[in-house]
Design a protein around this ligand. Structure first.
Ligand code: E4P
Length: 220
């Protein structure tokens, strides 16, 4: 399973990258707005320099011609750019064109398995089902991941399932159980994956016992 970090913040990206477990980055217009990105293309170029893996950069156009032209521009920034395209009619059409040109895409804002089927047929590199936003409205985000994984397996689609809108460690665990190819995770949740109170108390006890032994040996 690949781990992407879901942020546009360079410090957060560096921190996750330093752990050695980072396979890529996803950004979106809201994440860029959150940190006040002024030079979008320059910022994506910096992220692409920092990280070896795929970096998703999202178009803000909503009409076919503009989406394709914006996507070509973004794809020129670096080899590891993946262009994020919204799951709308013009987006699906654009993904088909971009896929034929060899430009890799991440089809975003997916909320149903039939949408995911269309994205795969258009040749999207990644599909991003938003599991947290479904859970937010009392729907079942994990069921969507399961349905998409099953459908893609049934027909051998190469589109990778990228679990997005992750809110907590159980989303990561369930996505892994269901065979999602990628999880894009906020830094706070990456930290939560790591910590366990029994690890902390166990380590504290090991070190206390070791230090006691050293004192006893010193006093002999
Ligand atoms: C990433 O690709 C998505 O844009 C992101 O995970 C959405 O997350 P949110 O629902 O927390 O905004």
């Amino acid at each position: 399973m690949k781990f992407f970090i879901d942020t546009a913040d360079l410090d957060e990206i560096k921190e996750a990258n330093d752990l050695g477990i980072l396979d890529g980055v996803t950004t979106n217009p809201s994440l860029c707005a959150k940190i006040g990105v002024a030079d979008f293309e320059g910022h994506i170029a910096k992220i692409c320099d920092l990280v070896d893996g795929d970096v998703s950069a999202e178009v803000v156009s909503t009409e076919y011609d503009e989406i394709v032209s914006e996507a070509r521009h973004l794809a020129d920034i670096a080899d590891n750019v993946v262009v994020k395209v919204p799951l709308i009619k013009d987006g699906i059409k654009a993904i088909k064109t971009l896929s034929n040109e060899g430009i890799r895409t991440n089809c975003t804002l997916c909320f149903s398995a039939t949408q995911a089927l269309l994205a795969a047929k258009a040749g999207a590199t990644y599909i991003s089902p938003f599991i947290g936003r479904l859970d937010d409205i009392s729907d079942d985000g994990m069921q969507l991941i399961e349905d998409i994984v099953t459908i893609y397996d049934n027909y051998g689609f190469e589109t990778e399932v990228l679990a997005a809108s992750i809110r907590h460690p159980m989303h990561v665990l369930e996505s892994a159980r269901l065979g999602a190819d990628v999880a894009t995770i906020p830094l706070k949740v990456i930290d939560q994956l790591l910590h366990h109170p029994k690890t902390d108390s166990g380590l504290e006890r090991f070190l206390d016992d070791w230090n006691k032994l050293q004192k006893e040996l010193d006093n002999k």
